[in-house]
Design a protein around this ligand. Structure first.
Ligand SMILES: Cc1ncc(COP(=O)(O)O)c(C=O)c1O
Length: 359
């Protein structure tokens, strides 16, 4: 990018229009080449225009974490949504019914037998019968059946339900972010998922989902759909920890200003944990400066980032710099809008439509 639009407030989130579009196209092309459906996870961008573009390029549907996120993104024209979370509150029944009425296909997650029993009550209250994907834990240690026997029991319990139609198995192999070899991890997670599918019976398709592994997973047997999220923008986890995308491909940065240099070796910027979130890379980085990659933010208070590294003492107070955040998803969720730029020109300002919609 040459120059920064001078009219932008600081701090603010910048989206490089061309980099974003390249990332969206590349993932869609990978899926098309493998004959696999793309159901991108909207939790990363939470923005109607981004989802609209994903659908335009060929995404079959969208994955959402929460009901609120799905409701806020309906305006994109999305007609198929997978809610990849353990829905367990009977009070949401009217909202669930309303959402289902606005879609061609609503897929829900069943994450254990215990959860399935509660979901059954939610579906009865909503008077709905829906397709479900059952969760398998492939190493993250979060939701999902632990191993083939548990998967078989979970599948059997879903098949006994009059409100759920079992249509496949899903996993979120998020432990890929800290694995050394993402291809090997994809193969291991796939083997676990396939073993659970074999035990569950019925030749069920596989739905893995993670930006680190999506390109590998798309080529593996039995995979029907992938659900990557953070690939749209990228961050330090994707560009540095896992190296699944080059630094130049990262499409979102935080514009921030050097507001003071209180002592040698330290500059303060006007973006703290309320902008970068508390997520850090395993080596302790909250963000890295785009213009001076040796400069890093390792410490945050609410409204300040502590910038250190070679050349920090040469930074003038008032300097505007861009930063790649450690983990982009919470950063977007903390902002009310983003600014889309190309070659230093401001093209559009997009509200973060589903910001804070964790309900
Ligand atoms: C259930 C589920 N699916 C898909 C994703 C997308 O993963 P990523 O952002 O690594 O692409 C996530 C991310 O947290 C998730 O929790």
């Amino acid at each position: 990018m040459s120059g920064l639009p001078s009219e932008l407030p600081s701090p603010s989130l910048l989206i490089e229009a061309d980099a974003l579009d390249r990332n969206l196209r590349a993932m869609q092309e990978t899926c098309d080449a493998a004959g696999v459906e793309l159901w991108p996870h909207a939790k990363t961008h939470k923005m109607v225009p981004v989802l609209r573009r994903q659908l335009e390029l060929g995404a079959k549907g969208a994955t959402c974490a929460k009901l609120g996120e799905a409701e806020a993104l309906l305006e994109s024209g999305v007609r198929r949504i997978f809610l990849a979370h353990s829905l367990a509150d009977v009070r949401v029944a009217p909202r669930l019914r309303a959402l289902a009425g606005k879609l061609d296909e609503l897929i829900l997650a069943v994450t254990s037998e215990r959860h399935g029993a509660v979901l059954e009550d939610v579906l009865s209250a909503a008077d709905l019968r829906v397709s479900v994907l059952m969760a398998v834990d492939t190493g993250l240690g979060r939701e999902g059946a632990r191993g083939p026997e548990a998967a078989a029991r979970l599948a059997a319990s879903i098949r006994r339900s009059s409100r759920m139609d079992l249509m496949g198995l899903y996993t979120h192999e998020g432990h890929a972010y800290t694995a050394g070899d993402s291809r090997q991890l994809a193969e291991q997670a796939h083997a676990t998922l396939a073993a659970c599918a074999a035990e569950a019976g019925g030749d069920l398709p596989l739905w893995p989902g993670c930006s680190v592994t999506a390109a590998w997973m798309a080529g593996l047997s039995g995979v029907k759909a992938v659900r990557p999220g953070s690939y749209v923008f990228g961050d330090l986890f994707l560009a540095e920890m896992t190296r699944v995308m080059p630094a130049e491909a990262v499409a979102l940065s935080v514009l921030a200003t050097v507001v003071d240099r209180p002592e040698p070796g330290l500059a303060l910027i006007d973006a703290g944990s309320k902008v970068f979130s508390s997520d850090k890379t395993p080596d302790g980085l909250s963000a890295r400066c785009v213009e001076h990659p040796g400069l890093v933010v390792k410490r945050l208070s609410e409204e300040h980032g502590f910038l250190t590294g070679p050349g920090v003492d040469d930074l003038p107070v008032g300097a505007r710099l861009r930063f790649t955040p450690a983990h982009v998803c919470p950063v977007v969720n903390l902002a009310s809008r983003t600014h889309v730029v190309r070659n230093g020109e401001l093209l559009a300002t997009w509200p973060v439509d589903a910001r804070g919609r964790s309900d």
